[in-house]
Design a protein around this ligand. Structure first.
Ligand code: CA
Length: 233
């Protein structure tokens, strides 16, 4: 599964090595060299996973991880800490800040790719059959039923998959290409405007309960599922 990975690493050679290997593994990598820049990037759009170096100039990786875990919007982002420290106590501290995994330098790129895969599998709930609930909207993958405020909402199979993906990846912007990859599968040739057609159908299916407002258009970027209903949407 291709993921948007935010890499926070101040050593250029390591940053390059990791970025090359993750790109080769099919991921989209966004690189920054300090936590302050990473914070701005995250504010703009949530990544699927953050690779976070422990020792950074300015705010440390541990401090940044704590901030992310302390904010509702960013709490669920999977984090893998990168560090030169190998001591047991550091490992414990790293995991206590809320990191999902911990990789000690030097590591093999292959090992890192495998760890990322494991964390994504564990933390990407759209591949599971668990029911999802958000702002009163309920989606049950086992019964293929969507309901809200006591109403059962009728959705086509594509709209159902689209909503399942959006609800399990809330508060971040997905481009049409990413939605095609995630919802339609990356081997299918579908035009990007097909996404718009299904978004329109999804919105009209959710209109009865007012949840259509949670499917937001982000101009020039794509779509977002958000609990924060903006007046502009
Ligand atoms: Ca460093």
């Amino acid at each position: 599964m291709p993921a948007n990975i935010l890499l926070v690493e101040d050593e250029p050679a390591i940053q390059e090595l990791i970025a090359v290997n993750l790109t080769r593994a099919g991921h989209h990598v966004l690189r920054v060299s300090d936590a302050e820049t990473a914070q701005r990037v995250v504010k703009d759009a949530l990544p699927d996973l953050i690779l976070l170096d422990w020792m950074l100039p300015g705010m440390s990786g541990v401090e940044f991880a704590r901030k992310l875990r302390g904010d509702d919007r960013t709490r669920a982002i999977p984090i893998i800490m990168l560090t030169a420290r190998g001591e047991e106590q550091d490992k414990v501290t790293g995991l206590e800040t809320g990191a999902d995994d911990y990789v000690t330098k030097p590591f093999s790129p292959r090992e890192l790719v495998a760890r990322i895969k494991a964390v994504l599998r564990r933390r990407s709930p759209q591949v599971t059959e668990d029911p999802v609930e958000s702002g009163g909207l309920k989606l049950d993958p086992t019964t293929h039923r969507v309901s809200a405020e006591g109403l059962v909402l009728a959705l086509g199979p594509t709209e159902f998959r689209l909503l399942h993906f959006l609800m399990t990846h809330p508060e971040r912007v997905h481009s049409r290409t990413q939605l095609l990859d995630q919802v339609w599968g990356d081997h299918v040739f579908v035009e990007e405007r097909t996404v718009d057609v299904h978004i329109r159908r999804l919105r009209s299916a959710l209109e009865a309960s007012g949840h259509d407002r949670m499917i937001q258009t982000v101009r020039g970027s794509g779509y977002r599922f958000s609990l924060q209903v903006d007046a502009a949407n």
